[in-house]
Ligand binder design. Sequence first.
Ligand code: A2P
Length: 283
Amino acid sequence: MANVTEFLTLSNGVKIPSIGFGTWQTPEGDVATEAVKAAIEAGYRHIDTAQAYGNERGVGEGIRRSGISRDELFVTTKLTNDNHTYEITKSSFEQSLKDLGLDYVDLFLVHWPRPMKFRDCWEKANAETWKAMEELYEEGKIRAIGVSNFMPKHLSALLETAKIAPMVNQIRLCPGCTQDEIVNYSRDMGMILEAYSPLGTGKIFDSEEVKSLAAKYGKSIAQISIRWSLQMGFLPLPKSVNADRIRANLDVFDFELSDEDMSFLTGLTGVAGGAPDPDNMPF
Ligand code: A2P
C-alpha cells in the first residue's frame, strides 16, 4: 500500500503522489495560502486547484511560502467551463500560470465535459480544447493532461480526434459513491482515477455506520474514508482549511481495512451524496 511519500505512475511515465490536497471551496487569499502551506508542511506534495475555484493566486502563494522546491511538488489545475475551445484554452492556461506564479503545471484537466455554454456543441468544443492541451503538453508546459467528470460517452467522443489519451479522470468518489461504470472504463483506457470529495464534502461525518467502523479501528471517520479510497486504488484529494485536520488526514498509512469492511463501505449507497450529472449542471 502506498504511503504519503509514494507515487502512482501515469500512462506517460510521470510519477504522481498517491494522495493530494484538495482546495475546492477553499477561499482565495490568506485562507488558501495558509492551508496549502500547512498541507505541504504536513507532508503533502500534491496540490489540486482549478480555475473555477478562484483560488489559484492564494494556492500559488502557499506553494512559494512552503519553501519546498518546485520539482518536489505536483500541482494540478483545471480548465473552467467558459474557457473551452482552442484559443481560450491556451490563453486561460497562460493566465493560470500567472495566477499560480509557476512556469509549468504537472497536470491540467478539462473540468467538465459538457458546460452550459457549449451544451449543444460539446464534442467540437472538447476536440478543440484537447488539441490545445496536447500542444501545451508537447511544448513542455504541462507534464500530464486529463479530464474531470467525464463519463464514457464524453471520453469516447474525445478519443475520436485525440492524439494523446487522457492520463487522469478526476471524479466524485467516496464510500457509497463508486461510479463503477466510468471507473472501469477509465481504467481500461489506462487512466488513474482521482477521487474528489473523498469525505463527501463533509456529509460522511453524519453517517452512524462509518462512525462505528471508525471506533472499531481507533481512527477518525475522515481517516477511514481516505483509507477506503486508497485501498480502492483511487487517488484521494481531501480538502481542509484546518491545520490539525490537514495533518490528521494524512495519518492513514498505519492500518488496513478488512475486505469485509471495504465492501461494507462501498455498499453505503448515497450515504455521503451521489455523483453529479455532468450533462445537466447549471454552469
Ligand atoms: P474544513 O475545511 O473546515 O476542515 P471533501 O474533501 O470531501 O470535499 O470534504 C471537505 C469537508 O470536510 C470540509 O467541510 C472540511 O472542513 C471537512 N473536513 C476535512 N477533514 C476533516 C476532518 N478530519 N474532520 C472533520 N471534517 C473534516
